[in-house]
Every structure is written in structure tokens, then in C-alpha cells.
Design a protein around this ligand. Structure first.
Ligand SMILES: Nc1ncnc2c1ncn2[C@@H]1O[C@H](COP(=O)(O)OP(=O)(O)OP(=O)(O)O)[C@@H](O)[C@H]1O
Length: 334
């Protein structure tokens, strides 16, 4: 069990991390989602024992994770970090990069373990390539293989999806999913924490999502809890497309006045539908094709437009449509 308690960290007069606490159990994946500059990397480095916190502490299974100022070599042997820039050794092959992490092990075991990791991380075909000959996805997978080569209790990843195309993002997602279920010998599976500014992958893979804003952990919950019950507009927007309007707009949207007029209300696009007998009329302003469905912008009054999802593919800009909003899915977001 990893626990961070009341962590704070300032750089000069900038409070980068403010009183953050979290817990993460073995075999669990947590994603910290936040905008650029919200403090994600700073928090990750403190948890890894690579940066000293000003206040608070990190413990792994009860033992203190000591910051760099009090140890000879920064970091914790059971906490592995996959940095954003991979930091592979450039002059040796992918196989040798992974092998290096196991250099203190006996040769036969080492070779078998490297083979296993190359297979798991789908790197067999490129194992003899140098990092510069590898794609971003392959480098990312090499960095992950290297990090988990020895059994670890915690795997920390900084923006593991950010530079990758969709197929590679899916490979990494599946790989992380597999890794936290893998037990080596009698060791428990690792806990995994990653930081990201894009919640798409986080929603599909994480057991817990934390929303970080200006150094504060504003909300923590399952992906469904945070997605469907965000506490703030920021949490709603960080986790996906959302319509945000005021209580006073409910009537123009065909809904009863259940909220104070200045209250912010959110409604996900999937909870608004085109319906021939819908109570609200509007004009289609934009159509964004997304494959299985399209996202439509529909203007319902001079001041109110909504975004909705439809599987219909016969709708065009300028069409007059009728819509239905699912009032049961309104989210109070402050
Ligand atoms: N070593 C440092 N010295 C001074 N300020 C720093 C240092 N490291 C981070 N900061 C500042 O702390 C804040 C949080 O930075 P951090 O890198 O943790 O954010 P982030 O959420 O990871 O951002 P990004 O998504 O852009 O990587 C930023 O305002 C940043 O400029």
C-alpha cells in the first residue's frame, strides 16, 4: 500500500503541491488528471522519492519513502518511474537497455526474463534496434519493460500516452492493464500511478481518478464517479466533453427549474438526443463526424447552444432539429 499524506511543495513563492493525500493499493491503477502546470510531475517526483516535499510524507507498506536530500542515491528501490522522455541509453539496443536493468542477475535468468519482457511489451521484432531507430511507442514500451524488469511495488508513469498515436495508446493501455495483474513469484502485483492531461485513456483503465488543479487534489473517485458526478466545472471538462449552463437556462432547454438561476449545471453530450417529438427546437451549427457517431452543436436560443451525440449520419449544418435532454443526468458542478 502506497500512502501520501498532506504533501506540500513550493518553488519560491509558487505553491506547486498543496496538501495532497492519496492511497493506492497493490494491483490498482490510479490516474492523476490535470491541466499543464497543475503540479502532476512534481507530485509524481515526490512520491518517487526524487524530490523532497516541504511538508507531508510518503510511505510504502508503512516504510517511509525518503527524499533525495537524506539519501546517497535518489529514489526508492521498489518504486519505478517511467519518465516522460523515456531516458533510454542511446548507444545500446532495446534488448540491452532492458537487460541493463537486470545486470546483477545470473545470465540464464536474465536472458529468459528479457525474452519474457520483450514478448509482453511487443518488442521482439525491434529488440536489436537502437532507441533512435525505434518509434515513440516502442521507446515508451522499452522504458516500461525496463522499469518492471525487476519486481516492483509501484510503477509511476509521467504522461505515458501523450506522444503516441491511437494504436500505440491502446497497446500501452492494455500493457498497463496486464502489468498490474501480473504476479512474479509470491510478490503482490505492482500498484500503478500515472499522470496525464488527457483523461480518455485514464477513464478506460484506471480504478481511481484524481483531479488535480493548481496543486490541489480536488476530487478522487472511480472513473464513473468523476465522469458522471464531477464536483467542479474543471473536473467535468478535464474528464470529457460537457455542456455547462446556468440554472436560469433550464426552462429554454425544456427542463423544470430545479436549480438556482446562477448555479452551474453540467450535462454530457450523450445525455442529449435528437428526438422528433423532443420538447426543444434548435438549429444545427456544426457536425463533427467521429466514426460510430457524430457530435452536433445545436443552437436552441440566442444565448444557449448544446453539444449532443447522435448515431444519425443524415444531419447537416443548418438543419432544424428537435432535441431531448435527460434531466435525470444533470450534474451540479458549483
Ligand atoms: N524545479 C522547479 N523550479 C521552479 N518551478 C517549478 C519547478 N518544477 C515545477 N515548477 C513549477 O511548478 C508548477 C507545477 O509544475 P509541474 O511540472 O509539476 O506541472 P505539470 O502538471 O506536470 O505540468 P505539465 O503537464 O506541463 O508537465 C509549474 O508552475 C511549474 O512551472
Amino acid at each position: 500500500m502506497l500512502t501520501a499524506t498532506h504533501l506540500s511543495k513550493s518553488f519560491a513563492d509558487l505553491a506547486a503541491i498543496r496538501n495532497v493525500s492519496l492511497t493506492l493499493a497493490a494491483g490498482q491503477i490510479m490516474a492523476l488528471v490535470g491541466a499543464s502546470g497543475s503540479g502532476k510531475s512534481t507530485l509524481l517526483n515526490i512520491i518517487a522519492g526524487l524530490l523532497d516535499a516541504d511538508r507531508g510524507e510518503v510511505r510504502l507498506d508503512g516504510g517511509l519513502v525518503i527524499g533525495p536530500k537524506d539519501v546517497l542515491v535518489a529514489g526508492h528501490p521498489q518504486i519505478r518511474v517511467v519518465p516522460q522522455e523515456y531516458q533510454l541509453m542511446p548507444n545500446i539496443s532495446i534488448r540491452e537497455n532492458i537487460n541493463y536493468a537486470l545486470r546483477f542477475y545470473e545470465r540464464t535468468y536474465r536472458s529468459a526474463r528479457v525474452d519474457e519482457l520483450l514478448k509482453l511489451c511487443r518488442l521482439e521484432a525491434v529488440q536489436h534496434h537502437k532507441p533512435r531507430e525505434a518509434s515513440g511507442g516502442e521507446k515508451q514500451r522499452t522504458a516500461i519493460a525496463r522499469a518492471v524488469a525487476e519486481p516492483a511495488r509501484v510503477l509511476l508513469l509521467d504522461e505515458p500516452f501523450s506522444h503516441l498515436d491511437l494504436p500505440n495508446r491502446l497497446i500501452i493501455r492494455d500493457l498497463l492493464f496486464e502489468l498490474v495483474r501480473q504476479q512474479i513469484g509470491d510478490q503482490p502485483p505492482p500498484a500503478c500511478l500515472f499522470v496525464t492531461h488527457d483523461a480518455t485513456d485514464a477513464l478506460s483503465i484506471a480504478d481511481q481518478i484524481g483531479i488535480i488543479q493548481q496543486g490541489q487534489l480536488k476530487q478522487i473517485g472511480t472513473p464513473r464517479e468523476v465522469y458522471f458526478s464531477p464536483k467542479t466545472t474543471y473536473a467535468a471538462r478535464m474528464t470529457g466533453p460537457v455542456n455547462v449552463f446556468r440554472g436560469k437556462h433550464l426552462s429554454v432547454l425544456g427542463l423544470p427549474p430545479t436549480h438556482p438561476s446562477e448555479a452551474f449545471i453540467g450535462l454530457r453530450p450523450e445525455h442529449i438526443s435528437l428526438a422528433d417529438d423532443g420538447p426543444v427546437a434548435g438549429t444545427v451549427q456544426a457536425v463533427f463526424f467521429q466514426g460510430r457517431q457524430s457530435e452536433l452543436d445545436v443552437r436552441v436560443s440566442r444565448y444557449v447552444s448544446v453539444r449532443l451525440l447522435t448515431e444519425r449520419d443524415d444531419v447537416q449544418v443548418g438543419d432544424q432539429v428537435r432535441i431531448h435532454l435527460n434531466g435525470n443526468r444533470l450534474m451540479s458542478i458549483g
